[in-house]
Design a protein around this ligand. Sequence first.
Ligand code: GDP
Ligand code: ZN
Length: 294
Amino acid sequence: MQRGLIINNISNLYQVQVGDEIIECNVRGKLKQEDISPVVGDIVEIELLENEKSKGIIDNIIPRNVYLKRPKMANLTQIIFVVSLKSPKPDLLLLDKQLVYAEYLNINPIICINKIDLGREEDCKNITKLYQDIGYKVMNTNAKERLGIKELQKLLENNVTAFSGNSGVGKSTLINAIFEENITEEGDISQKNKRGKNTTTNVKLYSLGKDKYIADTPGFSTFDITEIESNDLDKYFIEFERYVPNCEYIGCNHIKEQNCGIKQALSENEISQERYERYCKIYDYLKDKEDHKW
Ligand code: GDP
Ligand code: ZN
């Protein structure tokens, strides 16, 4: 029995990375039902076929830390949320929704402000400071000129990382720059898993060396955050946490309530006004979805 990581899946065939080798695998019958079948990102136990080279059967799935339904994948550890400083202009409501989702799933979020060559330095500083003050890691890049790529690259170690953000913000350019910058331990540029233009709709993991994977996740940027309850939203605005105990009402949603710790913190500039406004928008959105569920 060997342990490996599923990096690709096309119908019933799986590619499992075991050390430096990629083993083509089928699945044991017991794992064929939809709800328990393996997905990309799963760590699995496989049995090698005796008479065929690099072929095997998946026997068992190691319990998942994280499971995403759309696109289906397991054990994503990190998401880099890309916004461009200009063209298109930063969509901070989308960014906050995505941060909420990452917090909810317990995936480490990183913010990347790209196209810093196109916008105003002051705008870049403001966004960077807003999110750094909350506690998020914020990177500044110019993917076209490959500025900030090495720093980004370092954050990939020991992670399975996906990129997310609106179309046109520079995700592909960033990922390609990372691949071109990637020097393997042997000293040559990693070609083994060279990433092609993405034409498929399935998730795929690309190896950048040991325990360093980039997830190619088509259709990933349109998160469905409606599985989060409006009442829980404040938990995922992480800078709110320390002020919630100051609210008079247990279960305060910090919207219309009096004697609210969040509003107090707002008035003392401990919480950013714009983050609060986006909290209210996302809250209304979730509440509205809940009210129209039945
Ligand atoms: P994606 O849709 O998020 O994958 O965005 P792309 O990587 O396709 O980039 C969209 C356009 O922005 C392309 O024309 C890129 O060349 C350009 N672009 C990406 N990053 C930068 C950057 O940092 N600066 C500038 N000026 N252009 C960039
Ligand atoms: Zn409150």
